[in-house]
Design a protein around this ligand. Sequence first.
Ligand code: FES
Length: 139
Amino acid sequence: MSDQSIFLCHKSDLQKTGAFGASLHMQKEGRQKALDIVIIDMTYNPANPQSDPCSHNHYKAFVNACPHLGMPLETFDHQFLDQTNPAILICSTHGARFQAQDGFCLSGPCKGSSLTPISLTFTEQSIFMKISDNTHPKH
Ligand code: FES
């Protein structure tokens, strides 16, 4: 199996809220499928919302679907993080709280479950999702 990648966002897209919601249309096993992804800057500080665009070690990404009912996590576009503790993602539907580091649910109706992680690759300014042979982006 070889790896390919698909563009998700520019690193600068995460500077305002510390996160970015990307929507992809994928083709998997002959069927089209929408895939929503949240990308997180683990160094985000709401008091000083600037990140180092040259470093890529601090980015995480997960499928944007709550393990409780599969709902998207955000209330408003790109608003995923607890602004008093940006190491936490909050599901806007029923308030489940997830560790941004690994997607583990700390509290809420799906406590103990986890968001689905996404593998990333990077260029100097951009973030990409690694995809496998049987998952192809649709343009
Ligand atoms: S859908 Fe996320 S907590 Fe219920």
